[in-house]
Ligand binder design. Structure first.
Ligand SMILES: [Zn+2]
Ligand SMILES: [Zn+2]
Length: 180
């Protein structure tokens, strides 16, 4: 079906630092354009400012997911089944439906799964719902994240500023994964 070509990656999911689309995986440096599995872009905002952003190639996304505890993965998958609408896009929280820009919605995380120059799917999670999701995950899983952040970002990020990783949507459509 011709009208189902995915849209291009929107400006919202470009790299703020370089002011252009992400070109390389933040973790391994691989060129994203050649990535066949679908790469993930996440950006976390605090008070309307982007405080952290990254791109993860398919390989890195999967290898990080593998380090998450089974318990965390299970809880996140259940949470997603029960609470998450994957079709609200980048402007409405996929959990509670609140809109970016509404009063009090200055903290949020946006995530896109992309392939080549196209956006396959995208979600937004508001700060409040993000906090609830963090409570679902184990200490071990949080440590996996902390390590990723320590290794890839200079300076000490504050608590709760880490955007979540997406589960591999191609296989499972599970979107929620731990942050923090
Ligand atoms: Zn990578
Ligand atoms: Zn929400």
């Amino acid at each position: 079906m011709a009208d189902e070509t995915p849209p291009p990656i929107p400006r919202d999911l470009h790299c703020e630092y370089e002011e252009r689309p992400f070109r390389h995986c933040t973790r391994c440096g691989e060129t994203l354009e050649d990535d066949r599995g679908g790469f993930q872009i996440s950006k976390a905002y605090k008070q309307g400012e982007c405080v952290m952003e990254y791109a993860l190639c398919d390989h890195c996304r999967i290898s990080m997911m593998e380090e998450f505890s089974q318990e965390s993965k299970k809880r996140l998958a259940e949470y997603q089944d029960e609470n998450v609408d994957l079709h609200r896009g980048l402007h409405h929280c996929s959990v509670c439906g609140i809109r970016r820009g509404d009063t009090g919605v200055d903290d949020f995380v946006i995530t896109g799964i992309c392939e080549g120059i196209n956006l396959l799917h995208s979600i937004m999670v508001c700060g409040k719902c993000g906090d609830g999701i963090q409570e679902l995950i184990s200490v071990k899983t949080r440590d996996t994240w902390r390590r990723f952040v320590d290794e890839n970002f200079p300076g000490p990020p504050g608590e709760g500023e880490y955007p979540e990783i997406e589960e591999t949507p191609v296989q499972s459509m599970a979107v929620f994964s731990p942050q923090g």
